[in-house]
Ligand binder design. Structure first.
Ligand SMILES: [Zn+2]
Length: 429
């Protein structure tokens, strides 16, 4: 049995295909207020799940943590917190140590500028060489073009879900403000969208378009005529439609009508991606938080887009969990689909390991992306990175154990899915 694979993977650098790290300025504000709870990342959501539909009242947040933490320390979210705390400070994440952990976290940022802290958390502790960030390139953010608020090894995804799940004139006004173009008609709105993209491109650090509309609507993308889109545009622009506060049924009907504008604009975005060979990242599968509708999020709903835009490269997120096998089949069938396990290791490590084993049997390994921490604070990166490496190691050890891969092949595959594929796909290295 080849024994060196795990060590090789645990020490191997990663490409994070997806993160939401705060800016240096936002990070500064955390210095004095971060606590052990700041390490929770996604695990905060499992506390709510554990609490059930009629949660008990607790004296404060710490009392709530002490009561509920024991139930979530076993989940993927919970285990990532423990791995992260161990990797950063060598301390077990448990209630008896919470005060010490707060102290250690504050001490770790105290002596460092934000840039130094990011280097320590992201590069040194998490072993992440590149970060593709979904946070900065948003038209509504005042600092949208400030790439100096991140280290040089960050690249950025442009995200504008508001336009592709449009219900009122707000997103139109926002893009007018951002570009200085008055979107007086549908063509000018498309021109404004392209001008916004141009501004982000001008930074030299635009790497992808990110589409996160699964949080707002289902992933069925219609193909509206220009006339249908114009009609929806006029109604929205004139403020006649789609505001909440309308009668429930009326709002539902109007949302369906507004879909013509959303989908028309989304198709123009993908055409721009086609023209310039800019990758498109899609959220598919499980939604962060609670009560989200899973029904409209499966990657298979995007098949008509994959089929239509055959030269566009799609980075399809989160393994489409819980439809991971299905995404494997899609990625085998559509040469333009690249399945991505960002965030998946945290949501369900066992299932993600199984999916990676399956995918490696079905999909050429140059198409698979194994990692993205998908987290807001850079100090959470290490836990998710350790968790992913452990899963990748188990999956590849499994291939060697079964005699499918030699040790050398397992290492070659690990390198590719952990970093090489991402560097080639995004043209970064
Ligand atoms: Zn995300």
């Amino acid at each position: 049995m080849e024994t060196g694979i795990r060590d090789f993977i645990m020490a191997h650098p990663l490409f994070s295909h997806h993160d939401h790290h705060c800016t240096f300025e936002e990070f500064e504000k955390q210095r004095e207020i971060c606590t052990h709870r700041s390490l929770l990342g996604y695990a905060g959501a499992d506390l709510t799940t554990a609490a059930g539909p009629r949660p008990a009242r607790y004296a404060d947040e710490d009392a709530r943590m002490e009561a509920l933490w024991p139930y979530i320390r076993t989940t993927g979210y919970g285990r990532a917190v423990m791995s992260g705390c161990r990797a950063l400070f060598g301390i077990e994440y448990e209630p008896a140590n919470f005060a010490r952990i707060t102290e250690a976290l504050r001490a770790s940022v105290a002596g460092r500028t934000p840039a130094e802290a990011y280097d320590w958390f992201v590069r040194e502790k998490a072993g992440v060489r590149w970060v593709l960030l979904d946070w900065l390139f948003r038209i509504e953010k005042a600092e949208a073009l400030r790439v100096d608020l991140y280290p040089g090894y960050y690249r950025f995804a442009f995200r504008c879900d508001d336009l592709f799940a449009i219900e009122n004139a707000g997103p139109i006004e926002a893009i007018e403000r951002f570009t200085g173009i008055s979107a007086l008609n549908l063509d000018r709105l498309v021109a404004a969208l392209n001008a916004a993209i141009e501004k982000f491109k001008g930074t030299g650090r635009l790497a992808a378009f990110k589409v996160g509309i699964a949080y707002r609507r289902d992933l069925t993308v219609t193909d509206p005529t220009r006339h249908e889109a114009e009609r929806a545009f006029e109604r929205i622009r004139n403020g006649k439609a789609f505001y909440s506060g309308m009668q429930q049924n009326g709002a539902a009907v109007n949302r369906r009508e507004s879909r013509a504008l959303s989908d028309y604009l989304l198709r123009r975005l993908i055409e721009r991606a086609d023209d310039e060979d800019i990758p498109v990242q899609f959220h598919t599968g499980y939604l962060a938080g609670h009560w989200g509708s899973l029904a409209g999020t499966r990657a298979s709903l995007l098949i008509p887009l994959f089929d239509r835009y055959r030269r566009v490269r799609f980075d399809v997120f989160h393994g489409s969990w819980p439809w991971m096998s299905e995404l494997g089949a899609i990625a085998k069938n559509y040469p333009n689909v690249y399945p991505d396990l960002c965030w998946a290791w945290a949501m369900n490590p066992e299932e993600t390991e199984r999916a990676l084993c399956e995918w490696l049997d079905a999909i050429p390994f140059n198409k698979i992306f194994a990692f993205g921490a998908d987290t807001g604070f850079p100090w959470c990166e290490a836990g998710y990175a350790v968790q992913a490496r452990e899963g990748i190691a188990r999956a590849l050890e499994n291939k060697v154990r079964k005699g499918f891969f030699s040790g050398a092949t397992a290492r070659e595959v690990a390198s590719a899915i952990m970093i090489g594929n991402g560097e080639r796909f995004y043209g970064i290295a």
